[in-house]
Design a protein around this ligand. Structure first.
Ligand code: LLP
Length: 421
């Protein structure tokens, strides 16, 4: 459930008409609903109770500091994968003991910054990384808390670019070698083993791959404990999918996910950590754009928008579907026509949808891409020197710009002319 609904003929984010924001901020822009973010976070808290747990929001899905502060103030932890994300979590006021550092290639510099600033745990993904972390920790006179990310060799049955739990993927260490890797970790002077980490992919619409992976983690927990390790925390990653279309998809709910976690891991007495991104942020955001032109092509009509693949890359990168709706509510029974919905970028790949049935839209009309809160703004770029799309946060009946659209001056100033040119 989200808080983007038609009221008095206009699509609103909570109590604010998106057309009012467009008049104020210009288009395109991302708009997030505080109530939806809050609700989705709480769904996970309810699903995991009464287990001891920490819900660490995967910042990579939506990293604006205002959103992180909103979630952090509710008690959320953060899952970060870079120094930049770590600094964002800190800037949002999240204490180090609620920040988990994931990622396959952490640098020594990143390790040092996190150890100095405070960190709950590093999820380490290889032996060389483990050794480097131990060295950095020793040089600072501390012990780095770690979980080893294991690769359970499970098919997540999701898009190949976002599946991470098969043995051919670059992530984690093969679960079959976990015992020897933990044995080395225990010998390294700068590390303190606290648990096990697993993450098998993103946009999973079935619980079964999770269950297979968690079962393997349960077995490994017992084996590692028998080897003498203290396994008190299990980090289960993120990955629970969301419905991108209103009609046919119904991925499992957090409550079902929570019940499965209890069933597979509840008996171990571990603290449970999860790292959801998309389920919290995805349906909490829309991308609002204006129609620049309607162009009649050969056997098709193009809806040319002022948003493009640089603002929302998911359709061109993953072939992802995003529902597109008119911001002015169509009259009941109003006719629809198929449009190819495209942006102005000079690539055929800059296509959001083909033959999408939409109301008769005209120049200047507003449309909203739904489910754009996750992996939307964070993956935006300035291709074709199009300014980074701004972000707006709505709470009840007020809104604030939480990232401004850069001016062309600011963009051009970043380029430097060498003296000799
Ligand atoms: N934890 C780790 C270690 C991850 O790699 C990810 C996502 C998450 C948590 C959060 O997964 P989520 O709950 O959001 O599914 N750009 C792609 C998605 C990439 C996901 C990368 N890792 C997209 O637009 O679909």
């Amino acid at each position: 459930m989200d808080h983007f609904l038609y009221r008095n003929g206009h699509l609103h984010a909570e109590g604010v008409a998106l057309s009012d924001i467009a008049a104020n901020v210009g288009t395109p822009f991302y708009c997030y609903s505080a109530a939806t973010l809050t609700r989705h976070y709480q769904l996970f808290k309810e699903a995991l109770a009464p287990m001891d747990n920490l819900v660490c929001f995967a910042i990579k899905s939506l990293s604006n500091v205002a959103v992180l502060k909103l979630l952090g103030d509710l008690g959320a932890g953060m899952d970060v994968v870079s120094m930049g994300e770590y600094l964002r979590a800190k800037a949002a006021g999240v204490p180090g003991e609620r920040i988990v550092f994931s990622g396959v290639g952490k640098t020594r510099e990143e390790m040092r910054v996190a150890l100095e600033g405070g960190i709950r745990q590093f999820n380490v993904e290889s032996e060389p990384e483990m050794r480097a972390l131990s060295e950095v920790a020793v040089s600072l006179g501390v012990k780095a808390p770690i979980a080893v990310r294991v690769n359970p060799d499970v098919d997540a049955k999701t898009h190949e670019k976002i599946a991470t739990g098969k043995s051919e993927n670059k992530f984690g260490i093969p679960i079959a070698r976990a015992r020897e890797v933990y044995a080395e970790a225990a010998r390294l002077p700068g590390l303190e083993v606290v648990g096990i980490d697993v993450h098998i992919g993103s946009q999973l619409v079935d619980l079964e791959p999770f269950e297979q992976a968690f079962q393997k983690v349960a077995d490994l927990t017992l084996a590692l404990r028998a080897d003498g390790h203290t396994i008190r925390r299990l980090d289960l990653g993120g990955g629970l999918g969301i419905p991108y279309t209103r009609s046919n998809e119904a991925p499992p709910l957090p409550l079902d996910y929570g019940a499965m976690v209890k069933r597979t891991l509840g008996h171990l007495g571990c603290e449970i950590e999860i790292e959801p991104g998309r389920l919290i942020s995805g349906n909490s955001g829309v991308l609002v754009s204006s129609v620049i032109y309607v162009k009649n092509g050969e056997g098709r009509d193009f809806l040319i928008l002022d948003a493009a693949m640089n603002d929302l890359v998911r359709p061109s990168m993953y072939g992802a579907h995003h529902d597109i709706v008119a911001v002015a509510e169509p009259a009941p029974g109003a006719p629809t026509v198929p449009f190819d919905v495209v942006g102005p970028v000079c690539e055929t790949g800059d296509t959001f949808a083909k033959a999408r049935d939409l109301p008769l839209l005209a120049e200047g009309d507003l449309v909203a891409f739904r489910s754009a809160g996750a992996y939307g703004a964070v993956m935006a770029n300035e291709y074709n020197t199009r300014p980074l799309v701004p972000e707006v946060l709505v709470k009840d009946d007020h809104f604030a710009v939480i990232r401004e659209r850069p001016s062309y001056d600011e963009i051009l100033k970043r380029d430097k002319l060498p003296e000799w040119l």
